[in-house]
Design a protein around this ligand. Structure first.
Ligand SMILES: NC(=O)c1ccc[n+]([C@@H]2O[C@H](COP(=O)([O-])OP(=O)(O)OC[C@H]3O[C@@H](n4cnc5c(N)ncnc54)[C@H](O)[C@@H]3O)[C@@H](O)[C@H]2O)c1
Length: 461
């Protein structure tokens, strides 16, 4: 089921579009045309930003200190241009803004210098983030300002203390520039790389919401808690994916066509994004190895698409298809610092959701069920329940699709609805209506925040 970097490109594309809607007020049917996104990192996962911002229609400016990383992304066609001259880069930005065309531009240099340049020259930036490896700053995940990538490696080998001190200063500076720019209207969010924690560890208490410690979170939003959680997972949109087991590219093209025919782009902004994603998937050439596709579909979408695929297999139009999803989803994962970060009723520190979904998937006949500790945020911090289902064209598999996919997705939506997440309540109401007497998810009785206090006060009076 490994699908290479396609998943991260799709996830980043969706995050960028939804950030545009949330923070810039973009209408549901618009993309990031003529909007700027400033960030850093063209590495393993971060390299997806370049491709994703172009697919989302925007202008990306991405700092990277390691020339070899820039060249890899450029040669691969994910990064359109690069330069180490900031004035040249911002001339390109203006040119593409005027043309209204998307472009990804690499800045070969330190992200702190990029922030300094936009701040000193008062260049407006719409959206911004950071994807240096801040989860591992002091082992070289973050190159301090003033050092080239090679000098950073050298210093790390010879004087770790000095490296730490320079990294701390660099993070402090970066924070100051980001703060200046956010006051002028730039939106910044943490991209799951522990940037805000790293800034705090560097000695900047002002990044903590309470100004003292991280107990109440940080001052900037975080991509899952504030963007993906409410806009995707709460509705059930998650990383549904499939692999054509024949290994034939023609089969993948056929499945793309089927998936496209199942999406109504006018239903919600999320459906519009998915429609565009699948429509342009072949053009964007994201396949690496397996003939695979990812699509952030909701429960109804996943069931519809899977049934259509199974029918195509039954009719002999395509070979068997393996479908599943990754962990970055609505229901299969309990991960309080990421996937379940926006479940705020306290239940996100338990792992029963992932267990129930895993066991329920097994009982419903999925081909492959996996329960694992760790993944993404680390061992002890996440439980992941994954599954795979081979679509062999049989009627038996039709019934597994109907039972299993709803369980897998709506189990997560139910948990979110019970935590009183508004969009999940909306999704459950729709699902109950659609299912009639074939299924029912209970809903919470939402009371006013002061209800318990009022009752106690009256009793004690
Ligand atoms: N993209 C996602 O959806 C996602 C999800 C979860 C976590 N993350 C986190 O994002 C971070 C990046 O992941 P990755 O796989 O791309 O790591 P990576 O180490 O492969 O890439 C990070 C890049 O940042 C560059 N860099 C470091 N310091 C720099 C600086 N000061 N200025 C400019 N460039 C600098 C490095 O040279 C490197 O190429 C990690 O912390 C990861 O855990 C990403």
């Amino acid at each position: 089921m490994y699908i290479g970097p396609q998943g991260i490109v799709h996830g980043t594309y969706i995050t960028l579009l939804n950030a545009g809607r949330m923070y810039l007020g973009l209408p549901e049917d618009q993309d990031l045309r003529a909007r700027t996104f400033l960030t850093s990192g063209l590495g393993g996962m971060s390299g997806a930003q370049a491709k994703a911002v172009e697919i989302a229609g925007g202008i990306g400016i991405i700092a990277e200190v390691d020339k070899s990383r820039i060249e890899t992304r450029h040669d691969q066609g994910w990064l359109s241009k690069y330069s180490s001259d900031l004035s040249e880069i911002f001339e390109w930005v203006e040119e593409y803004k005027e043309k209204g065309e998307p472009v990804s531009i690499g800045y070969y240099g330190n992200v702190v210098d990029l922030w300094k340049y936009v701040s000193d020259n008062d260049i407006p930036i719409d959206l911004s983030s950071d994807q240096t490896s801040c989860h591992d700053v002091y082992n070289g995940g973050y190159t301090p300002q003033g050092l080239t990538f090679e000098q950073g490696r050298e210093l790390l080998k010879n004087d770790r203390r000095e490296f730490k001190s320079l990294a701390d200063n660099s993070l402090k500076l970066q924070f100051e520039f980001i703060r200046k720019m956010t006051k002028r209207g730039t939106f910044f969010w943490d991209y799951g790389n522990s940037f805000m924690k790293a800034v705090f560890d560097a000695g900047v208490a002002a990044i903590a919401r309470n100004g003292k410690n991280p107990d109440d979170g940080f001052i900037f939003p975080s991509y899952v808690e504030d963007i993906m959680g409410p806009i995707c997972f709460d509705y059930g949109y998650g990383p549904f994916r499939w692999v054509c087991l024949s290994g034939k590219h023609d089969d993948l093209i056929e499945t793309d066509k089927v998936a496209l025919s199942c999406i109504d782009p006018k239903r919600r902004g999320q459906d519009r994004d998915n429609f565009v994603w699948i429509r342009d998937a072949e053009k964007n050439a994201l396949v690496v190895g397996s003939q695979a596709r990812i699509l952030y579909a909701d429960a109804a979408g996943r069931v519809k698409i899977a049934l259509e695929f199974n029918k195509k297999v039954r009719d002999g139009k395509i070979g068997p298809v393996m479908m599943g999803r990754d962990h970055h989803d609505t229901g299969g994962t309990d991960s309080p610092f990421r996937e379940t970060a926006n479940i705020r009723d306290g239940s996100n520190v338990t792992s029963d959701m992932a267990h129930q979904i895993w066991a329920g998937n097994a009982a419903r006949g999925m081909t492959l069920c996996v329960l694992s500790n760790g993944g993404g945020v680390g061992t002890g911090k996440a439980i992941n329940g994954g599954f795979g289902l081979v679509l062999d064209g049989s009627e038996r598999v039709d019934s597994i699709i109907r039972l299993g996919l709803d369980w897998d997705v709506m189990g997560g939506v139910a948990r979110r609805a019970w935590a009183r997440n508004e969009h999940s309540i909306e999704a459950v109401v729709d699902w109950n209506r659609m299912m009639g007497n074939r299924g029912h998810i209970t809903l919470p009785f939402v009371s006013g925040e002061g209800l318990v206090e009022d009752i106690v006060r009256k009793k004690l009076r």
